[in-house]
Design a protein around this ligand. Structure first.
Ligand code: HAM
Length: 433
């Protein structure tokens, strides 16, 4: 019978990589906490309308990538492709923005039916932050700082910041019609997607990867030339703060982002280390979304980063051995010593140690092999003679844990003293997990 495989683009996270996930997740939690962001968890399924109305009917995500199905009663539901829309929905639903500002973060799986390739999956994970209720460029700069601190904490250096502004609504409107008029002159030479977008959403043409379209765009009008004084002041204020924080950036006037809710500041953190999928983190302002979803007018800004891409990048850049090895491996030499071994292991865990108990019996030679391959620092053996003398044999497994002693020493310790002895040995020799 053929084995059933996982859905294409939806990956299992296996035990040998999970330590990396934990390390990154705890860095994320730490950074979010340090900046005063609180966690929010929203459901994976939302009403399809939420994403259509928030992300935009004519975006790639809504047009081609959503996992949508009819629930009982023909209610259309969608597996969230991102969580900004869900966060706004939750804030409005629970009154979190009534005369309040909010700094929120989330982490979890998102779903997009994209063509899978390295760094691009159909189920992937995002860490995102969203700040509601601040108008000024100071919060824009803070959002960038959160990313920068995470890169610093994770030892990531190959990452750079692209910024742009989509201006105010009125400046965007003027720019939109100027760009449209310009592109219409070259309509026949545009790629099919851009031709379609030319009428519905001409700014998205700026995103095109088609060579001919890119050539046409070289001479296209630039958003920067259409900014009104307020939009310009906001963008300059933001850039000034980035400079004060010594965060290098490049202004990329083609950066428009693929979701319709953005207004004003937009940005992307990109890397050269991950091939085609270079965007690690992206976001921007969406000052109208809360109101459009039925809330009071509330300015907002946020970002989301792809956790898989972040993990990949951190692994390339830091080369840290992520595996967490047990402190202690406990071996009952025969079945008769099993209950004593289990009790001893529990006492060691009471002292907050990572203890693996050998299960499944077998010859002592094979049990020792298992202890060795577990990577444990110490192995404790309980055999007939140890039990008779009320003691346990402690074997240090790694010669390199004691530079002064090439042998892997073995010694017998009274059972009552075993926990204290192990704690003291581990403090001296344990690998820096
Ligand atoms: P986004 O640019 O669609 O923005 O996604 C943000 C990040 O999620 C990307 O930069 C990338 O790292 C990761 N990502 C997206 N799609 C995939 C995929 N198929 N496989 C792996 N990683 C992926 C948003 O989602 C907005 N909600 C960001 C935001 C928050 N804007 C304001 N607040």
């Amino acid at each position: 019978m053929s084995k059933i495989q996982s859905v294409k683009g939806m990956n299992d996270l296996l035990p040998d990589t999970i330590d990396q996930w934990h390390r990154i997740e705890s860095s994320i939690r730490q950074v979010a906490w340090q900046y005063g962001y609180q966690e929010i968890r929203t459901p994976i399924l939302e009403k399809t309308e939420l994403f259509k109305q928030s992300i935009g009917d004519q975006t790639d995500i809504v047009e081609k990538e959503m996992y949508t199905f009819a629930d009982a009663g023909d209610v259309s539901l969608t597996m969230r492709p991102e969580a900004t829309a869900s966060t706004v929905r939750a804030c409005n639903q629970h009154g979190l923005l009534h005369n309040q500002q909010q700094r929120l973060w989330y982490m979890g799986p998102m779903f997009r039916r994209e063509r899978p390739q390295k760094g691009r999956y159909r189920q992937f994970h995002q860490f995102g932050i969203e700040a509601f209720g601040w108008n000024g460029p100071d919060i824009d700069a803070e959002i960038i700082q959160v990313g920068a601190r995470l890169w610093k904490n994770l030892g990531i250096r190959d990452i750079s910041l692209l910024v742009n502004t989509l201006g105010s609504e009125s400046s965007r409107k003027t720019y939109r019609s100027e760009l449209q008029a310009y592109l219409q002159r070259y309509e026949a030479d545009l790629d099919a997607d851009s031709r379609r977008r030319l009428h519905s959403n001409p700014l998205r043409v700026l995103d095109s990867k088609a060579e001919k379209t890119r050539e046409i765009l070289e001479q296209a009008p630039k958003m920067g030339d259409f900014l009104d004084p307020d939009a310009l002041a906001h963008f300059e204020g933001f850039r000034g703060l980035l400079e004060a924080m010594e965060i290098p950036y490049t202004v990329d006037d083609r950066l428009v982002r693929g979701l319709d809710y953005y207004t004003s500041t937009v940005f992307e953190w990109v890397t050269g280390s991950l091939g085609a999928q270079s965007a690690v983190c992206a976001g921007g302002r969406y000052d109208n979304l809360v109101e459009h979803r039925g809330g009071k007018p509330t300015p907002a800004i946020g970002f989301a980063m792809g956790v898989e891409r972040l993990i990949e990048l951190a692994a390339i850049e830091t080369e840290i051995d992520q595996k967490r090895c047990p402190d202690i491996y406990v071996i009952p030499v025969d079945a008769a010593q099993q209950s004593l071994a289990i009790k001893l292991a529990e006492r060691l865990r009471d002292a907050n140690l990572f203890v693996v108990t050998h299960c499944g019996g077998g010859k002592i030679r094979n049990q020792m092999k298992r202890a060795d391959s577990s990577g444990a620092t110490l192995t404790l053996m309980l055999g007939e003679s140890e039990v008779a003398s009320g003691s346990v044999t402690v074997k240090r497994m790694r010669a390199e844990t004691d530079p002064g002693d090439a042998s892997t020493a073995q010694t017998e310790i009274k059972l009552d003293d075993a926990v204290g002895y192990c704690v003291e040995q581990l403090a001296r020799f344990n690998c820096p997990n």
